[in-house]
Each structure stands twice: as structure tokens, then as C-alpha cells.
Design a protein around this ligand. Structure first.
Ligand code: AQP
Length: 350
């Protein structure tokens, strides 16, 4: 993190702090893993971020902006926590908790609901995609989702947010909310947050349609690889993944206009810690009938230790809950004074 990117406003430089979250709105996908969790782990372990707090949340209040069966929500929250830990997040190094345990998120979100404008929310791609043609019937929470997300980040004065490409627009809105709050009240209080969008798979696409992102809530299970899929399921989904009839190119430019081919190569590159160009140097000229088994083997080798560890952790849900409660206590200790200062700035008596 350079000095220039430490969340600074015009007059103030903020201490770097990392925040991100994932919704327990279903099982974790390969998209969540490559686009988000791997980055969380990288940032946790980065030497130049030693001493920087890393706060990783299970955003259950975001999840309920669309209907969640209560039992599924509980299970998915624990499974997400297990996924974080199995992928390499260490509760002694990163703060792990579920959002609803720290009421300050929702409290700051109310202030932001009064700062943000309706027009800003209406422009959000996620709102348009998820509400679809039936906006009148979507929840008010779904509409206000980006305002709560801004509060998740800014209640910690977080400066850096590792996310997949799809969340870039929400981070830009977080910046707009911080700027407007600072301007409205004539303060330099909230930092201007930077998205951290890195790696070969910042946007993993559906295995069935290269124009749609891989998503937990896609009605087709064949469209995604779940972190809990076994080797047979992974192999079957990759075998059936949509592709075109041509061989793989040797140069990156050869993937132009070939969304499905690009997606599989991106996934391979990300899983193998290579660039797309390096992968194509090795596999250029191969048919998908040869490349798909290579990808399956790699995916199974990388994912099965994580899914095995997730299953082990899920056998002791009480231990997961204890980790989340402890994380929530640490998170609250950071969020509470920032919320109180925001209340003072707004003019609320306490
Ligand atoms: N396909 C993806 N490729 C790369 N990154 C992705 N992320 C999600 N899908 C992909 C990243 O994962 C983090 C958590 O996302 P989220 O659960 O908060 O919400 P989402 O982006 O809406 O994820 P899903 O899987 O599509 O959930 P549903 O189906 O419930 O909406 C974010 O950093 C996101 O960028």
C-alpha cells in the first residue's frame, strides 16, 4: 500500500485498514474463492501489511435482502466461516464475525440512508439485476444494500477492500457516500476507500453461460463449482462446461470473443498462480477434450483440501460460533467509537 492510497481525503491520511465480506446467501462458489477469499488470505499474510487490522465478515444482513430460510441462513453462515478458515484465514490474525452481531453497521447505515440519494441506488447494476422487472416487489433492503455496505466498510474507517470485479460499483458508491458526508458536515471524517481487485479471476463466469457471472444463487447448480463439491461433481461440471469447437490459442489475443474459453483459462491460471499468457504458452493448440481434464485435476487438487477441512470444522458448530463471537467483540470495540463520533458530527445527543 503506498502512501498515496491510504484512503486519504484532501486533508488527512488514514491508517490503512482492510475490510471485506461475503453473503451467506448459499454455499461458497469458486467465484467467491478466487475473486475474494484468496485475496483476503493474501492480505492477511502480506508482509507489508503487518500491523494493519484485517476484518472479514459474513454479511448476514445483506443476505436477508432476498428471502433466506432461517435454518439455511444459520448453516450457510457457519459454512462460510468454515470456508474462510479452511482457505487460510486465521482468527488470531484476522477478525472474523457475522455482521448482525455488531449493531454499529446497521446504525451507521441509517445515517448513510439519509446521506445517499435514491438516484445513486437506482443506478446500481446489482439492484437492476436482482430486482429485475419486478422492482416494486423487491425489498427496501435490497434497494438500500449499497448504503449498508458503505457502513460495513466505513464504520471501521477501512481504507482497502478486496473484492471481485462485480463489487467495484458499490465501492465507488461507498466513496461517494464518504465524500458527501464529509462535505455535508464540513469534516474530514470518513476515508476514501480503495477497491483491491487483483488476480487472474476477478470475475469468474458461469460454466453454462460465459456472459453471466458465477453466482451462489444461480438456479442451475451446473453453472458453478461449489467449494463443497466432491471430485466427481467438479469433474462432471467442467466436462459439461460450455465451450466452443476451436482449439485453445497460444496468445491472449486469441481468446477475444471466446468468453467461455477465456473463463476456463482464467480459472486455470488463478488456481495455478500463473498469468493467462503463461497458461496459453503451455496449452495453446490443445482441444478442450484435453484441457478440461487438466483443469478438473487442478481444481480437485486445490479445492479438495479446503472442502475436507470445511467438513471437519462443520462438525463442531459451537467452536465456529465461539470464533464469531470473539471476532464480533473485537470488531465492536473498533466500530463503537467511530459510530459515536459520527453521531456527534450529525448532532445526536448521547
Ligand atoms: N463470479 C465471481 N467472480 C469473482 N468474484 C466473485 N465474487 C462473487 N462472485 C464472483 C466476489 O465474492 C465476494 C462476495 O460476494 P457476495 O456473496 O457478497 O455477493 P455477490 O457478489 O452477489 O456473490 P454471489 O455469489 O453472486 O452471491 P448471490 O448469488 O447471493 O448474489 C465479493 O467480493 C464478490 O465480488
Amino acid at each position: 500500500m503506498t502512501e498515496a492510497t491510504q484512503g486519504q481525503t484532501e486533508g488527512k491520511t488514514f491508517q490503512p485498514r482492510v475490510f471485506s465480506g461475503i453473503q451467506p446467501s448459499g454455499g461458497l462458489t469458486l467465484g467467491n474463492y478466487l475473486g475474494a477469499i484468496r485475496r483476503f488470505v493474501d492480505m492477511q499474510n502480506a508482509e507489508d501489511l503487518t500491523g494493519v487490522e484485517k476484518i472479514y465478515c459474513m454479511v448476514d444482513q445483506h443476505a436477508i435482502t432476498v428471502w433466506q430460510n432461517p435454518e439455511d441462513l444459520r448453516r450457510n453462515t457457519r459454512e462460510l466461516a468454515a470456508g474462510y478458515i479452511a482457505a487460510g484465514l486465521d482468527p488470531s490474525k484476522s477478525i472474523l464475525f457475522n455482521q448482525s452481531q455488531v449493531a454499529e453497521h446497521a446504525q451507521l447505515a441509517w445515517i448513510f440512508n439519509c446521506v445517499a440519494r435514491m438516484g445513486w441506488m437506482q443506478r446500481m447494476t446489482q439492484w437492476k439485476d436482482k430486482a429485475g422487472k419486478n422492482q416494486q416487489n423487491a425489498s427496501l433492503g435490497l434497494f438500500a444494500y449499497p448504503s449498508l455496505m458503505a457502513a460495513d466498510i466505513l464504520v471501521y474507517h477501512a481504507t482497502h477492500v478486496p473484492v471481485g470485479e462485480d463489487q467495484k460499483q458499490h465501492i465507488e458508491l461507498t466513496r461517494d457516500i464518504a465524500i458527501k458526508f464529509n462535505n455535508d458536515f464540513g469534516v474530514d471524517f470518513f476515508p476514501i476507500t480503495e477497491p483491491v481487485i487483483e488476480g487472474a479471476a476477478t470475475r469468474v463466469m458461469s460454466l453454462r453461460d460465459g456472459s453471466k457471472k458465477m453466482s451462489k444463487s444461480d438456479p442451475s447448480d451446473m453453472a458453478r463449482i461449489n467449494m463443497t463439491d466432491d471430485a466427481d461433481a467438479i469433474a462432471q461440471k467442467i466436462r459439461k462446461a460450455r465451450t466452443d469447437p476451436d482449439a485453445l490459442p497460444s496468445e491472449v489475443e486469441g481468446l477475444e470473443g471466446r468468453a467461455e474459453a477465456r473463463n476456463l483459462v482464467n480459472i486455470y491460471a488463478a488456481l495455478n498462480d500463473q498469468t493467462v499468457a503463461e497458461v496459453l504458452r503451455d496449452v495453446g493448440g490443445k482441444q478442450f477434450s484435453d484441457f478440461k481434464p487438466m483443469l478438473s485435476d487442478l481444481a480437485v487438487a486445490k479445492l479438495s483440501p479446503i472442502s475436507t477441512e470445511m467438513a471437519r470444522l462443520m462438525e463442531t458448530p459451537d467452536e465456529i460460533d465461539a470464533i464469531l463471537r470473539k471476532g464480533a467483540d473485537r470488531a465492536r470495540a473498533m466500530a463503537a467509537p467511530i459510530l459515536q463520533q459520527a453521531y456527534d458530527i450529525v448532532g445526536m445527543i448521547r
